[in-house]
Write a protein that binds this ligand. Structure first.
Ligand code: SF4
Ligand code: SF4
Length: 204
């Protein structure tokens, strides 16, 4: 696997990305007698949970002004996180500079999608180039697995950092047409570079 060029500076309330990294899961470990008694571990867990609760509560009741906050609660929607590049938000189609889609309607994403969320109608231009005359993504079905992004030979669909506007009362409003899915290549440039690293993609 190619070396990842992942930015390591996504500060969340002053906490470095290093500290936010999940800890490695220890498998097949022998529990000590202390741990096998459970009760002490339960008390320890409750102590940690209570500490987080009270620290957040104090920070919420007495919001520090102009001071560096020690709590990591984000006051959404006034505040928004800078998401790590590995975050998988809703899939979007990548547009060329002239605004046309990079997608060649090969159908691979439609085929691989485990939720059958993608529907494509392919057509040919006069110069023989294939393109999707219709590309519909049903976000009420999408499970954000990223398979469509991984399988696409043209880097024409990527998982964006967009996560808003995906809670609707009417499921029909979650069916995104090609026009609603298109994003400029520039706006998803970082994600494209990232997936080139993780999927060892080259520029086809
Ligand atoms: S992210 Fe997964 S579920 Fe969503 S459209 Fe892509 S392949 Fe389908
Ligand atoms: S895999 Fe890529 S090029 Fe093929 S239909 Fe899907 S988005 Fe278009």
């Amino acid at each position: 696997m190619a070396d990842l060029n992942i930015k390591n500076s996504y500060p969340i309330m002053g906490i470095s990305i290093e500290k936010l990294k999940p800890k490695r899961v220890r498998k097949n470990i022998e529990l000590t007698l202390w741990e096998r008694l459970y009760i002490f571990e339960i008390i320890r867990g409750m102590h940690i949970t209570s500490m987080h609760f009270f620290i957040n509560l104090i920070g919420f009741v007495v919001p520090p002004k102009g001071k560096k906050r020690r709590i990591i609660t984000v006051y959404y929607p006034e505040e928004k996180l800078t998401l790590p590049i590995a975050y998988r938000g809703r899939p979007v189609l990548v547009a060329r500079e002239n605004g046309s889609e990079k997608c060649v309607a090969c159908g691979l994403c439609e085929k691989i999608c485990p939720a059958s969320a993608i529907s494509i109608i392919a057509e040919e231009r006069e110069n023989g180039e294939r393109y999707p005359s219709s590309y519909t993504l049903d976000m009420s079905r999408c499970v954000y697995c990223g398979y469509c992004e991984e399988v696409c030979p043209k880097e024409a669909i990527v998982m964006s950092a967009e996560y808003e506007g995906l809670a609707r009362r009417n499921r029909n409003n979650l069916r995104f047409s090609k026009e609603k899915l298109l994003r400029s290549e520039k706006s998803v440039k970082d994600r494209i570079e990232y997936i080139r690293g993780i999927y060892a993609k080259c520029n086809y």
